[in-house]
Design a protein around this ligand. Structure first.
Ligand SMILES: [Zn+2]
Length: 347
């Protein structure tokens, strides 16, 4: 392998810092002792004038030097090869491989391999596989015919695995929404779904708006002081989660939200999130649920003030007589959502 040349002063700085990121990129030959080391070797630093840098162990050996027994500089390329082999295996598998299998393929013990892999990539093999899947999902969404295709194209064995891949998302707490989003950047997109055009908008904390048949100007009216930006890489992964939650209903409690209402509204929204998939409640039941059985009308208004359709499932509230009641985006969408969820819950 051709090793790019690193300027001597940069190499020396890496040695002084014992910077592991430079391991495998050059070795440090010490002319007085006749040994060569990886840059991060923990042995006492040699004097600068006694040091010569070599592209790799072979070059150092050709100059008559021996590998240091403490830092085993020749094992670095073995580690790199193992990590590259593992990355290829993860990519080819399209799903998470068992750590022990990966390690065995590379001839390492699982614990040692986990450490080596993390040192080179900054991630555990499992986290690396998950990140790769999210990236593929975001890419697939832009080209796939349907969301279900996108989920499978991304290498998930099915929707439930897709959800579990998102479980490590940061749990976001609702943050204050004041001043029309002043000082906040909101990323957004309008994507086609089986229910029609869906607008999804999110702050760094989570989804702040999910609606149907709305465009940028509607979003701007709602958040007049926010910076609105389309798309973005991290947003793509969140968007993929949201679209999947709409197309293949399941547990979406892991998708972070950024919503703010009055204490009563938030209590109602919380109660909506407790309605199990495939079930409905009446406005009266929701009012009772939040400890204000007389406030049926107020519960209805709080339901209507919901910013994040589907993920705060206001569509699961119907009239006591069983009729659908209202829905901000039309009764047809409400009915379709409820049908999907009944099918999805296996009833
Ligand atoms: Zn050494």
């Amino acid at each position: 392998m051709q090793t790019p040349l690193i300027p001597d002063d940069e190499a020396w700085a890496a040695v002084m810092a014992r910077d592991r990121a430079f391991d495998g990129r050059f070795v440090t030959g010490v002319l007085t002792t006749g040994i060569y080391c990886r840059p991060s070797c923990s042995a006492r630093h040699p004097r600068r004038e006694n040091v010569r840098f070599f592209a790799d162990g072979a070059a150092a050996r050709a100059a008559g030097l021996r590998p240091c027994l403490r830092c085993s500089p020749d094992d670095v390329s073995r580690d790199e090869r193992a990590v590259l082999t593992a990355i290829e295996a993860i990519k080819a598998a399209g799903q998470t491989l068992v750590l022990a299998d990966l390690a065995q393929r590379c001839g390492y013990s699982p614990t040692h391999f986990q450490r080596v892999f993390a040192r080179h990539t900054g991630l555990s093999p499992a986290a690396y596989a998950r990140a790769l899947q999210k990236e593929r999902m975001a890419q697939a969404l832009t080209s796939a015919e349907s969301v279900t295709d996108a989920i499978y194209d991304a290498g998930f064995s099915g929707p439930s695995r897709f959800y579990s891949a998102a479980e490590d998302r940061l749990g976001m707490t609702p943050s204050a929404w004041t001043n029309g989003g002043r000082g906040v950047t909101i990323r957004w997109a309008v994507v086609p779904t089986s229910l029609g055009a869906m607008l999804v908008a999110a702050t760094q904390k989570g989804v702040c708006r999910l609606s149907f048949n709305e465009n940028e100007s509607a979003l701007r009216t709602r958040f007049p002081n926010a910076v609105l930006e389309q798309g973005g890489e991290a947003f793509g992964a969140l968007l993929a989660d949201v679209v999947a939650a709409v197309e293949a209903p399941g547990d979406f409690a892991h998708i972070p939200l950024d919503v703010k209402g009055t204490a009563f509204q938030e209590a109602v929204w919380q109660a909506l999130r407790q309605i199990p998939l495939g079930e409905t409640r009446s406005y009266a039941q929701i009012a009772a649920e939040v400890g204000k059985p007389g406030a049926v009308r107020a519960a209805g208004s709080a339901n209507g003030a919901n910013n994040v359709a589907v993920l705060i499932p206001c569509h699961r509230v119907i009239r006591s007589d069983g009729s659908l009641g209202g829905y901000a985006y039309g009764l047809e969408i409400k009915q379709q959502l409820l049908n999907k969820e009944r099918e999805g819950s296996g009833e």
